[in-house]
Design a protein around this ligand. Sequence first.
Ligand SMILES: *Cc1c(COP(=O)(O)O)cnc(C)c1O
Length: 424
Amino acid sequence: MRRFVYLKEEDIPKYWYNVKADLPFDLDPPIDPQNMKPMDPQKLEVLFPKALVMQEGTKERYIEIPQKVREAYALYRPTPLVRAIGFEKALKSPARIYYKNESVSPTGSHKLNTALAQAYYNLVEGTTKISTETGAGQWGSALAFAGAYFNLDVNVFMVKISFEQKPARKYMVNLFNGKIHPSPSDFTNYGKKILEIKPDSTGSLGMAISEAIEFALSKEKTHYSLGSVLDHVLLHQTVIGQETQKQLELVGEEPDVLIGCFGGGSNFGGFTLPFIPLKMKKKSLEIVACEPTECPSFTKGEYKYDYGDTAHLTPMLKMYTLGSEFVPPPIYAGGLRYHGASPIISRLVKENYMKAIAIPQDEAFEYAKLFAITEGIIPAPETSHAIAGVARYAKEFAKSGEEKVIVFNFSGHGLLDLNSYVGK
Ligand SMILES: *Cc1c(COP(=O)(O)O)cnc(C)c1O
């Protein structure tokens, strides 16, 4: 039985795939809160390089990946697709389970796929500094690495509760010459304001985004960078799904269920969007986002226009949201604690191309531990939600005896999150 499905360096995709070219509808545009009209793309150029603003709005099917970015991808891509034989056995399931292993990147998650692209476009357009927020620290450390690789100065605002729970991520950002501030911080006016009202605030992604945007707007040659949610971020992540398609072809498999964990939608979207044309032909294909019960944007949220941050500096996006004021409980999966959801994925869930299920933290850890023992790889707390989702499906198929193919995205490893496993 074949366990690993490897590709060669020349199989690294040459294009990012833009699902908007294949959808039978247009997405609702971002709205400018100042006049409640569709956002003028030029206004976004104070925050993002022109190339990314263009990618945000385009309906071109394929966007060429710059050679320098492909070279950087070759540090860790193509990533392996792996058959989870041990996990299948432990679940006593006839299902064949495969995972796309994005944890082999230098910073341990899929986040580098867009960090490298964003750093590159900033560099070529003359930016010298970038600011960003980070929840669990995965995004902050990925952008710090990309900044070091392309020689940009990176400033990271990290949600305070995670800053305290996950000091290793801070060391990693510093190793890559990045600067990191616990948010809310006294580094920005917005952070100071929050600390005045609530000195013991544990922070939220919404607050950290507000601080990072304020920082970018107040400095010369400085841009802001977002690690999830936006269309261009999902676009960059489509290297995951495109490689997976090639790997499944090599072993003669077609997926019945695609699963990913869901925070803002970047790993889930990057993994599943290239399969949307297949979904249009094969209605039985299930595409399932696993969100935490503790931050249930899809299963308890509303589909409406909302702000991406707490200070309301961002455009309004049409998405499933718990409200921009929502501060989730301090669960370990810091990367899944966002109040909103990618507008592309939101619409696809609304139109029933995909669906979402909620997984409680304890269930996620139970199956993450089983996966670690049977597959020899320790999942990030975020990834654990996908694994528990896989287990739910695999056990269903065990009851019905169906030999289905489940493929999931292993978004990151948990080697820097071991403290969250204590006592599990
Ligand atoms: C950031 C992160 C997530 C959640 O973010 P998405 O944009 O929803 O992918 C999931 N898994 C890992 C390992 C992460 O670092």
